[in-house]
Design a protein around this ligand. Sequence first.
Ligand code: NAD
Ligand code: AHE
Ligand code: ZN
Length: 370
Amino acid sequence: MDIKAAIAFEPGKPLRIETVRLEGPKAGEVLVELKATGLCHTDAYTLSGKDPEGLFPSILGHEGAGIVVDTGPGVTSVKKGDHVIPLYTPECRQCKSCLSRKTNLCTAIRATQGKGLMPDGSSRFHLGKDPIHHYMGTSTFAQYTVLPEIAVAKIREDAPFDKVCYIGCGVTTGVGAVIYTAKVEAGAKVVVFGLGGIGLNVVQACRLVGADQIVGVDLNPRRREMAEKFGLTHFVNPADMPANELVPYLVNLTGGGADYSFECIGNVNTMRQALECCHRGWGESIIIGVAASGQEISTRPFQLVTGRVWKGSAFGGARGRTDVPRIVDWYMEKKINVDDLITHTLPLERINEGFDLMHKGESIRTVVKY
Ligand code: NAD
Ligand code: AHE
Ligand code: ZN
C-alpha cells in the first residue's frame, strides 16, 4: 500500500514528507495504522547524526499508538481492531534476557532492529525502488507501520491515542525508572537532572511513590512552574552558581546526599554530578539520558568504593507487553498526568516544527496526530 511518511534523508536536515510503499505483514508480524506519535529527544539525537546506530534514509519515530489493521500468518497475541502501542523494547518472553527476569532488554530481534531491518533482514518500506530503513523497530513517523507481534502492547480501547502514544517512550521511561529500576521508596530524597519530557515523568513518579524531597536541576527556568505542578519541591538552576559548587549545594540541600538521582539530559558532565550528589554509602544514580557517540563518563572510583551506585535504565526497565497496558491504566485512572505534558499537537506535514520547539526548549512533548 502507499502511505505518507516523514523521511530522514540526511543527518541534520529537516524530515521530508513522501509517499512510500509499505509491504504487508509477514509471518509473526502485524500492520498498524498509527493514530498519533510523540517526538522524543532520541529522534532528534539520531537525526543529528550523532547516533552510531543512525541510518539514512530512514523513517524515525518510536512513540506511537494505533490500531492493528492486518496480521501475518501465525499471529496469535493480537487481532485486527486491537488498540496497540509499538514497543522499541519488545518482550518475546522466550529469550535468555526475558527468561532471566533480571532485565527488560529482550534480545529476540535486537540485531536486525539496530540495522534498520525487520527480523527477516529486509525492509518493508520503499521509495520507488529504494529501501528505506526502519528505526528502533517502530518507525512511527508514518501513517502505517509493520511490527513483529512481540513488539506491540495491547491496550484498552477507551484510551485516547493522542495522549497514550507518549507512554510508548517518555512516560514509561521516566515513571518506570523510578518504579522498576530504582524502586524509590516513600520518604526518599531524590535529585532529577533535566526536567523535560523524561525528567518530569521521573518527578511525578517520585511523588506517586511518596518521596519526601524532589529536587530538580535544569538550565531552563521555564521548567520550574510545570515541574512544581508535578511534585517538585526544590528547583535549582546550575547557571546560578559556579560549576564546582553544584554538587556540594545539592548534598547540603538533601541533608547529606540524595538517596536516588536521575540523569535525564544525556550530558556526561551532569551524569558525573548526578552520581556525586548521591549519599555516601547507599545513594543510587540512574542514567537515563543518551550521550552522543564517543562520549565517556568518569568519576573517582572512590565514589563507588564509598557506596554510591551507578545504574542505567532503558525504557524505564519496563517489560513492554506486560507493563505498558498497566501504565495506560494508571493514566486512565488519573494516577499519572500525561495531558499537561503534551504541550503541542501538529499534523504530520508540520512535524519539523515539533523539532524546532524541542530545540528552543518551548515544548515538553509535541504529538503528531494522523
Ligand atoms: P528534553 O529536551 O525534553 O529535556 C532535557 C532537559 O534537560 C531540558 O529541560 C533542558 O533544559 C535540560 N538541560 C539540558 N542541558 C542541561 C544541563 N547542562 N544542565 C541542566 N539541565 C539541562 O529531552 P527528553 O525527551 O526529556 O530526553 C532526555 C534524555 O533522555 C535524552 O538524552 C533522550 O535521548 C533520553 N532518553 C532515554 C531513554 C531511555 O530509555 N534511556 C528514553 C527516552 C529518552
Ligand atoms: N543507538 C544509541 C542508543 C540509544 C539508546 O540508548 N536507546 C535507548 C532508548 S532511548 C528512547 O528514547 C534504549 O532503549 N537502549 C537500549 C537498546 O537496546 O538500544 C547509541 O548511542 O548507540
Ligand atoms: Zn524516546
